[in-house]
Design a protein around this ligand. Structure first.
Ligand code: SER
Length: 629
């Protein structure tokens, strides 16, 4: 089934059940500074899920444009994409589990009004319950699924502890909060107060055991089960019973019980053609075909090309939808614009692996516009803007590459170490360095490069605690950059506003840093500019960052700042202190911290304060971004 047919079928099905069909909301949420992109169909529905009356009723369905920036580096396997269309249906305090489970089963399996998927290859998961939350296992939903399966003569045993026992002949599996609880911020423990969430029931399609999909999976030597990520079972839809709201004591019932269904259109299409590769669905085939023409290579499953084709197709499609959105985002060094830049640059690099060095991204964008322009007319409306932006960006990146080449030439015959510096500091791809060096008749020592790479990673992992003060929870390059930027900000604020400035809180997501500090008044525009300039100056100087372990007394005598009680910085009776700078250029900042941090400030790109506001009496809050390189 093509994605156009599938989308229509879904919307028709729910229209039949008295749902109002809504157009997709913008890919960039308006008035929501907490997130750069709409990442699920429920986001635009949030106020109504919380109880606000929707002027058009209580039953809705749509196909929402979604983008998940955190998946950029996952792209390359057969199912991860950054941009996708999420089919959704909602009950805003109207129907609940009984109708939803029955409709979903009908939609997925019925040959006339649904997708006609074989029910014997459909599996579902259900919330196991959690005593600490005082929320019990979702027995009701299990019974509803059993009824559906038995109506078509398919055995549906429910099974606990699937992770350990493998499939155990089951069809319905219980999982804990990690798998069968949905909120915008994940598991209950991560939800801020007031956030809505609830248990969910997910549907998986079995692409078959014989496809050798799991050779690269960490589960390859363990029994398969639906949630094991090996690629045999792919989640095609998620029904969230959004019924709770986080409170300081635990959970309260929301004012109404909602249903929030979301299903990946591309994955559903892959299930209908029984091919686990979403890049072989009509969502990607035209772009891939164009890239085959441009590169003269085939998307034929060969290990070396497949990944590149997928990254190019995904990234150009995603960038086209972002720039084509009415919000008017162009490639830039901040926020959403920076994501576009990253997508396009990654696509261009991958094209080099396919030996394409001529401009090509606007040609692919044209294919995307052609293909999706009917369902999303904004793409056609902004066609000229998209093409122009892509062309400019391609020229610009060419000059970055030229810069890198100059650096490379200065190095003569670069060592593995230098190749790593080119890669980590200038974003110059190893493959390109190798290509050039090869022409000069020498080789890069890959082992040395890998070693440097590992050292870099190890440094980013130094604090094995997993979480960090103020909720820095992952070690991605984005959060690591912002973490270092937080140190620079802390120091710069003391310099500009005075030594009374103390950290009061810190929270980092891949998109931005948030820093709360003691200070009595609103910062003036001059002060803000001053702080930015100081930090960007430190970034331009590309100062090295390193840490040392010392006793608390030593740290205090060195004028180290930061939270001395920070438990992640304690190592035995010593603390870890991060230094920005060196003996020759002086130390800009010395701060107690568990890490991780970047190795050079130059990796931060450009620092920008996006917002300065009050949190409470005497405490101010800054939100800031860096662009990276
Ligand atoms: N909100 C749920 C999800 O994103 C279902 O729409 O999976």
């Amino acid at each position: 089934m093509t994605i156009t047919e599938l989308r229509q079928k879904f919307l028709d099905f729910f229209q039949q059940q008295a749902h109002v069909i809504l157009p997709s909301a913008s890919l960039m949420p308006e008035n929501d500074p907490t997130t750069l992109f709409t990442g699920s169909g429920m986001q635009p529905m949030l106020p109504y899920l919380l109880g606000e009356t929707h002027p058009l009723g209580r039953r809705f369905a749509d196909s929402q444009k979604c983008f998940r920036a955190k998946d950029i580096e996952e792209v390359g396997d057969n199912r991860h994409t950054t941009f996708f269309e999420m089919l959704g249906n909602w009950s805003l305090g109207d129907y609940f589990k009984e109708e939803q489970v029955a409709w979903m089963f009908t939609f997925l399996t019925n040959k006339e009004i649904g997708l006609g998927l074989d029910p014997a290859r459909l599996y579902v998961t259900v919330f196991r319950g959690d005593e600490s939350l005082n929320i019990s296992r979702d027995a009701e939903t299990v019974e509803l699924w059993k009824k559906c399966f038995s109506s078509v003569g398919v055995q549906a045993k429910d099974v606990n502890f699937a992770e350990r026992d493998g499939m155990a002949d089951g069809r319905i599996f219980y999982y804990d909060v990690k798998k069968n609880w949905w909120s915008r911020s994940g598991v209950p423990a991560n939800m801020p107060l007031g956030e809505p969430g609830g248990p969910d029931t997910e549907m998986f399609w079995d692409f078959g055991a014989d496809r050798q999909l799991h050779e690269r999976s960490e589960f390859r030597d363990r029994p398969c089960h639906v949630n094991c990520d090996c690629g045999r079972f792919v989640e095609i839809g998620n029904n969230v019973f959004m019924q709770y709201r986080k409170t300081s004591e635990g959970f309260d019932e929301l004012v109404q019980r909602n249903v929030d269904f979301g299903g990946g259109l591309e994955r559903m299409a892959a299930a209908t053609q029984d091919d686990p590769d979403v890049f072989r669905t009509s969502a990607f085939l035209p772009v891939i075909a164009a890239m085959e023409r441009i590169s003269g290579k085939m998307y034929d499953g060969s290990a070396e090309n497949t990944r590149s084709f997928r990254i190019i197709a995904d990234h150009v499609r995603g960038a086209t939808f972002i720039v084509g959105d009415p919000q008017n985002v162009l490639p830039s060094n901040v926020g959403q614009g920076y994501v576009v830049r990253r997508l396009l640059r990654r696509a261009i690099r991958e094209a080099r692996r396919l030996e394409v060095t001529r401009p090509f991204i606007s040609e692919l964008a044209q294919v995307v516009i052609e293909q999706f322009g009917d369902a999303y007319p904004e793409l056609k409306a902004h066609e000229a803007r998209i093409i122009e932006a892509f062309q400019k960006e391609e020229i610009k990146f060419a000059s970055t590459l030229t810069e890198g080449l100059k650096k490379l030439q200065k190095m003569g015959h670069p060592t593995g170490e230098q190749a790593f510096i080119l890669f980590s500091t200038y974003g110059f791809p190893l493959e390109l360095t190798e290509e050039i060096v090869r022409e000069q008749g020498t080789e890069i020592d890959r082992a040395v490069f890998q070693e440097e790479f590992k050292k870099h990673q190890a440094l980013s992992r130094t604090s094995s605690a997993g979480t960090f003060k103020g909720g820095l929870a992952d070690h991605s390059i984005e959060t690591t950059r912002l973490h270092t930027a937080t140190h620079l900000l802390h120091r710069a604020l003391k310099t500009v506003l005075g030594e009374h400035v103390e950290q009061r809180g810190s929270n980092i997501t891949p998109e931005r840093l948030r820093f709360d500090f003691s200070h009595g008044q609103k910062m003036t525009p001059e002060e803000i500019q001053n702080v930015e300039e100081i930090i960007n100056d430190v970034i331009r100087k590309d100062l090295p960052v390193h840490f040392e372990e010392m006793t608390v007394d030593e740290a205090k005598s060195h004028g180290v700042i930061g939270l001395f009680e920070d438990k992640y910085a304690q190592i035995g009776n010593k603390v870890k202190v991060y230094f920005v700078g060196d003996d020759a250029q002086g130390f800009f900042s010395k701060e107690i911290c568990g890490g991780p941090h970047v190795m050079h400030t130059g990796e931060l790109g450009l620092f920008k304060i996006q917002k300065e506001e009050a949190v409470s009496a005497g405490v101010r809050r800054i939100k800031a971004t860096v662009t990276g390189i």
